[in-house]
Write a protein that binds this ligand. Structure first.
Ligand code: SF4
Length: 735
């Protein structure tokens, strides 16, 4: 039998290990999809430390999407009302290079923008940074991670002095209390949730608290569900802190030795007594007290969150308010404890390491820091001052830049903003005005290809070799195991070729992705995300490895320690664990701030950017369903998944449905201040009265008038610049 290729699932940030086998196996019938096309066989990789062989339906069916609707050749058109014609790579790249040169002399480099993706491998991210931030001198590279976890990045950076989730998945099985807020982990990070659920079921003393306006499958599994009103997270978190302080559940030694700002924080949380908080959040006082008691009485508390916290006009404040609870109770840097943001995309973490947002540079450096810029310039062999000191345009600023004419070239790669951006009609209008949009993707058509002048075919996962980092900082090498279709190329190869054509021949003199990775790791030396001890060879030989992994630690990998002592691993996995040590950050209580202390931050709640009123009386919240991934460019092409989730829907509480005479399945028009959509009603007590839910996946290609983001607004957190995609005010009209 052929040896399987070990790789990583390219969907979500859980980062499950996969084993892939060719469609035809000796002595076995060829694996085929429903149309009879041969498909690769995919199963979980039991040796992967993060997932131990488990995968969900998305990972299990990934191979069925690989050959459908692929973009195979460069295509060009002069204007959006013309059809595309096939072009050569030469013609397409020369057009881009000419436009870049023209813009540099007329409008300046800051009129050039690239909008990338957490689907990139680290090598793709890295070369894009070198091209834009290094060689062209503009920081206008942002990624769809801006819409996903930039609030977590900002929160960690401000509280701890640097980005980086401090926990690891082993903590799921070592915690006494899991506090899940703004995350439907059961559906969106299912393999993480499975590990937690097994631990919770086995250990009656372990508590699970879920904070979510919806009674999701995650909330169903909890000991305590706090269905707070949307936008009251900070009230709740300050309310829990108030009770912990009142009842004396403090780690005073940790507060004194390892933190700063506690006294100012206590002044703010004095204003959050339970009766005030319960009323604002719309929950019972005894449930609030129960949550505080679970926190206080547990030795190890693990918080998990994702978009429900991050996608908010006060996202950074929410993240820091979660972190405050960990700091006051000393729940960080020890097994089973810590604030753990669950990343949405498969390699958003690698993007953070490679500097893949408009305000950061490779190696967890920031654009505004002159020393960081100088270090990167030196490592890239650039003249001092080559890197701009100004953060570039964030995702939404690229859209408004199209409106004002300050963006002369928009290069979009591996993402689908014509579905995923907020205020979608405005986004589309802005895209219509773009002087030149390059769209580099594996699939065609997508909703965004309708707004492109040049299409570049990208090789995707399985067709190129690269690395990805998952939410627990484990780096996995993902080897190429099949040929790209037509003339498709790896994203990094396309960026490097443009760089060479612009005259940066030395800077982009890479012959393969291994050489790119070898250069990238040098930029992480002595940084918090140090991976100088990693190489393709080592990852091939030893399998996935968690960072930090500096050069001197080479050979000292592994994940044993506390997890193993508890005997929670299967015999099969234990053998592997003997070599492996799960790494947590801040185990010594020293943080990356100048004085080594973590910072408390005191915030009052501001609430929703667009609260409901008489005209728009409902809060719309959007989210994912278990089966689909983001804008469905893959999952929309998989029969098994489409059978399970064929169409979007609107969830509404029975009380609200009765008041509006809405019946199950009835078509409902949802109006916000920006647009409208039509969705069939699902009447369910899972959603709180006054709130409605629609899934975010369906774009114009898959369903008419059912785009969730036509309704959402772009008001963003002023620190992280992450838009409040999670909530807007709407009214409902039965059709
Ligand atoms: Fe892939 Fe995420 Fe499912 Fe794991 S949980 S198989 S990474 S989609």
């Amino acid at each position: 039998m052929t040896e399987p290729t070990k790789t990583l699932c390219p969907y979500c940030g859980v980062g499950c290990g996969l084993e892939v086998l060719p469609p035809a196996q000796p002595g076995k019938a060829t694996n085929r999809d429903q149309q009879g096309n041969p498909i690769w066989q995919v199963r979980g990789d039991r040796s992967h430390p993060s997932s131990q062989g488990k995968i969900c339906v998305k990972g299990g069916t990934i191979a069925e999407s690989l050959d459908k609707n692929r973009l195979k050749y460069p295509m060009i058109r002069e204007s959006l009302d013309q059809p595309f014609r096939r072009a050569s790579w030469d013609e397409a790249l020369e057009k881009i290079v000419n436009r870049i040169q023209e813009l540099r002399t007329t409008q300046g480099s800051d009129s050039i923008c690239m909008y990338g993706s957490g689907q990139f491998q680290t090598e793709d991210y890295y070369i894009a940074q070198k091209l834009l931030k290094g060689c062209l001198g503009t920081n206008n590279f942002d990624a769809n991670s801006r819409l996903c976890m930039s609030s977590a990045v900002a929160g960690y950076t401000q509280s701890f002095g640097s980005d980086g989730p401090p926990c690891c998945y082993d903590d799921l099985e070592l915690t006494d209390c899991a506090f899940l807020i703004g995350t439907n982990t059961a559906e969106c990070h299912p393999i993480v949730f499975n590990r937690l659920r097994v631990h919770h079921k086995k250990n009656r003393k372990v508590k699970m608290i879920v904070v979510d306006p919806r009674r999701t499958p995650t909330a169903e599994a909890a000991d305590l569900h706090l269905a707070i009103k949307p936008g009251t997270d900070i009230d709740l978190l300050n309310g829990i802190a108030h009770l912990l302080l009142r009842w004396g559940y403090l780690d005073t030694l940790f507060i004194d030795e390892c933190t700063q700002g506690f006294s100012q924080y206590t002044e703010v949380i004095q204003h959050y007594p339970p009766e005030v908080v319960a009323r604002k959040c719309g929950i019972r006082i005894d449930l609030l007290e129960q949550a505080a008691r679970y926190w206080g009485e547990s030795e190890r508390v693990l918080s998990l969150w994702s978009m429900g916290v991050n996608q908010s006009s006060e996202g950074t404040a929410k993240v820091r308010t979660i972190i405050n609870l960990h700091l006051m109770t000393g729940n960080i840097g020890k097994p089973g404890a810590g604030p753990f943001s669950l990343t949405g995309q498969p390699n958003a973490m690698g993007g953070r390491e490679a500097g893949g947002l408009a305000h950061i540079l490779p190696g967890y450096r920031v654009v505004k820091n002159p020393q960081h810029r100088a270090e990167v310039e030196q490592l890239w062999g650039l003249t001092p001052g080559s890197i701009s000191p100004n953060p570039g345009k964030d995702a939404w600023s690229m859209i408004t830049g199209l409106e004002t004419g300050t963006v002369g070239l928009l290069w979009i790669a591996a993402t689908n903003p014509a579905v995923s951006m907020p205020d979608l009609e405005r986004t589309k209008q802005a895209l219509m005005r773009s002087p030149l949009t390059v769209y580099q993707d594996a699939y065609y058509p997508t909703e965004t290809s309708a707004y492109a002048h040049i299409l570049l075919p990208a090789a995707q996962w399985s067709e190129k070799t690269g690395t990805m980092t998952n939410s627990e900082r484990v780096v996995t090498l993902c080897p190429q195991f099949r040929e790209p279709p037509g003339e498709a190329k790896a994203d990094w190869e396309i960026f490097a070729e443009v760089g060479r054509r612009l005259g940066f021949t030395q800077e982009f003199n890479f012959t393969n992705s291994e050489a790119v990775y070898a250069e990238f790791v040098q930029l992480t030396r002595d940084r918090p995300c140090d991976v100088t001890g990693l190489s393709y060879q080592r990852l091939q030989q030893q399998g996935p490895i968690q960072w930090p992994c500096p050069l001197e630690e080479e050979g000292e990998i592994g994940r044993k320690g506390e997890a193993e002592e508890t005997g929670i691993f299967s015999a099969l996995f234990k053998e592997k664990k003997q070599e492996k040590v799960a790494k947590r950050l801040y185990t010594d209580g020293i943080f990356n701030t100048p004085d080594g202390r973590a910072k408390f931050a005191a915030f009052h709640s501001k609430g929703l950017a667009e609260p409901p009123n008489n005209e728009y009386p409902f809060v719309l919240t959007v989210g994912r369903v278990y089966e689909h991934w983001h804008t469905m460019t893959r999952t929309g092409r998989i029969e098994k998944i489409m059978k399970k989730q064929p169409q979007p829907f609107l969830e509404i509480h029975p009380r609200d449905a009765e008041q509006l005479a809405i019946e199950e399945g009835m078509l409902i028009e949802i109006h916000s201040r920006r647009g409208k959509g039509i969705f069939p009603a699902r009447i369910t007590k899972a959603i709180a009265p006054g709130t409605v839910f629609v899934p975010m996946h369906w774009g114009a290609l898959w369903a008419e008038n059912a785009e969730a983001n036509v309704l959402t607004h772009p008001e963003a957190c002023p620190i992280s610049l992450e838009p409040e995609l999670k909530a807007c005010a709407v009214k409902l009209i039965p059709v």
